[in-house]
Design a protein around this ligand. Structure first.
Ligand code: PBE
Length: 293
């Protein structure tokens, strides 16, 4: 495999040798990364914050002939697998936590202009009035906090074929101490209805299913609604959903947070140190978004 790739690289370098300026791999030379991926960044659902950020990156870094192609998380990871298996170049919209970093050797492209933000966090947002109507659920939701490793375990399990509900149940069963912190001071209820809205991003499938299990164990009747990012924020803002665990702030979902300012409550930070950015396999010889120019 490696030999084959080096062979192809050598041919490519020969053919562009004069303009390569000492670079030894085909995909590092000016313009050639773009050509090799047809100037395409493989993205996810159009409503995702990382899509807005990537459009901004294309503008700010003056990547004039580049386009961001939308799709879904599942289609993007399928495209990544396909390229990765053949050691072909691909540029995707990546984020942490995500199982793709455990499964493949990937790297973020440096973002000297800071388009993708720095200290991102995952927040839990609730509809106005939830505290009054369902104080126990409000309390659990606001006490929810876990780590990248916790979420990673659930995500990887789902990725390997376990149903989200089952992976969540398993994790909850194996992590009772952590769950006890979230449910501290909360009494059981009798069938109160709670509706959680989420988007089918791998990270949020994991968190939302875990929270659903925790709330169900406390006696709640939980409904999960899978929607696009815009409708998810709208649902919390208009009260048709009680809460969402999928608010990435301060940068990723800034547009939504600004738009619905005052119409939702930011009730907790479930994870810190998360990240979004343009992502490529490590075998690609580029390091910064600026290398795409
Ligand atoms: N994500 C995962 C989302 C937030 C969670 C990074 C794909 C987004 O870009 O909106």
């Amino acid at each position: 495999m490696w030999k084959k790739m080096i062979g192809i690289g050598a041919v490519a370098v020969l053919s562009i040798g004069l303009t390569a300026c000492g670079s030894d791999k085909a995909n590092s030379t000016n313009g050639s990364v773009g050509k090799n991926v047809s100037y395409k960044i493989t993205g996810i659902d159009p409503g995702a914050g990382i899509m807005t950020a990537t459009e901004k990156a294309i503008e700010d870094y003056k990547l004039d002939n580049w386009k961001l192609v939308s799709g879904s998380s599942a289609a993007m990871t399928a495209a990544l697998k396909k390229a990765y298996d053949k050691k072909k170049p691909i540029i995707i919209t990546g984020w942490n936590p995500h199982w793709m970093f455990a499964k493949y050797d990937l790297k973020y492209l440096k973002d000297p202009k800071g388009v993708y933000g720095e200290a991102e966090e995952i927040h839990t947002i609730a509809r106005n009035g939830l505290k009054n109507d369902h104080p126990a659920a409000y309390q659990v939701l606001s006490q929810f906090k876990w780590t990248e490793d916790d979420m990673g375990a659930v995500m990887l399990d789902i990725q390997e074929g376990t149903k989200p509900e089952e992976a969540a149940s398993k994790w909850v069963k194996d992590n009772q101490e952590k769950v006890a912190e979230w449910t501290k001071g909360v009494n059981k209820v009798n069938g109160e209805k709670i509706k959680l809205a989420y988007v089918s991003w791998d990270s949020e499938i994991a968190s939302t299913n875990v929270m659903a299990k925790v709330l169900e164990d406390l006696g709640f009747n939980v409904t999960l609604t899978q929607v696009e990012a815009g409708p998810m924020w709208t649902a919390v803002a208009d009260g048709s959903a009680d809460a969402s665990l999928a608010a990435w702030l301060p940068v990723t979902h800034k547009t939504y947070a600004d738009k619905f300012n005052g119409k939702f409550e930011d009730i907790g930070t479930s994870m810190t140190g998360v990240k979004i950015g343009l992502t490529v396999p490590k075998y690609m010889d580029i390091y910064s978004i600026e290398d795409l120019k």
